[in-house]
Design a protein around this ligand. Structure first.
Ligand code: DC
Length: 224
């Protein structure tokens, strides 16, 4: 019998988490739970309401917000109180504030509750830096993706370069190294490799080869 399962994917910036999560979810017809999109949505609303530097107000916002994610044709559409904010949550402003919002413990508590609720239905792929350690420590399969700093910097550089061609590869690399340091040492939900997770260094692996390998592993677990 094929079981309903939870897959959780973690890893540092540029390790290919969201690419892998989307492809696996599409292939298996699972729901993709993009946890970063949730932190982005709260940040967007805090910016719009002019309360981004007021922790108490941000907590109130997180407790009252109605968030909805719809995964369709490989794209996660994000709705806040029924308004679509899919594009807006990727803005430069949101990018620059989201890490401050995501360290507020009460905000995390609210979002973790919501993520677990989405997980209750089963057959999900949850992706984000605490999904294997905090949100779904008992996930059926936990995946920790990594790649060398140089490779991750090259990937991010290619993404950024399309929008801003003044940025250099060295700047992107320094930014990745700094984020790695902050992410692994922060007090709240630091980036860590969860016990029992399958670690994959994809520095020299094509995405399709990685996905094929992961799908094989997932099938083994589903059919156990
Ligand atoms: O994966 P992303 O770039 O969309 O994530 C946006 C931000 O939210 C990033 O600063 C990390 C943070 N985040 C987090 O703290 N916990 C998660 N589970 C997912 C994202």
């Amino acid at each position: 019998m094929v079981k309903n399962i939870t897959i959780a994917i973690d890893g540092p910036a540029g390790s290919g988490k969201s690419t892998a999560a989307k492809k696996i979810a599409e292939k298996l017809g699972f729901t993709y739970v993009d946890t970063g999109a949730m932190y982005r949505a709260i940040t967007l609303m805090a910016l719009r309401n002019g309360i981004v530097d007021n922790t108490e107000e941000v907590i109130k916002l997180a407790r009252g917000i109605h968030l909805n994610l719809k995964f369709e044709n490989g794209v996660t559409r994000v709705f806040v109180n029924d308004e679509e904010v899919t594009e807006e949550i990727r803005s430069f402003e949101v990018n620059s504030k989201v890490s401050e919002i995501s360290v507020i413990p009460e905000v995390r508590t609210e979002l973790v509750k919501l993520q677990r609720k989405l997980g209750e239905r089963g057959n999900i792929v949850a992706e984000g830096r605490d999904t294997t350690t905090v949100v779904f420590p008992n996930a059926d399969i936990k995946i920790f993706l990594t790649a060398s700093v140089d490779e991750r910097a090259k990937r991010r550089f290619r993404e950024f370069h399309e929008k801003d061609n003044t940025i250099t590869l060295e700047e992107v690399k320094q930014n990745i190294e700094k984020r790695d340091r902050i992410d692994s040492s922060r007090d709240v939900s630091p980036l860590q490799k969860a016990e029992g997770s399958l670690e994959i260094d994809n520095s020299n692996t094509e995405v399709d080869v990685e996905i094929e390998y992961l799908l094989k592993k997932i099938e083994e677990i589903r059919n156990k």
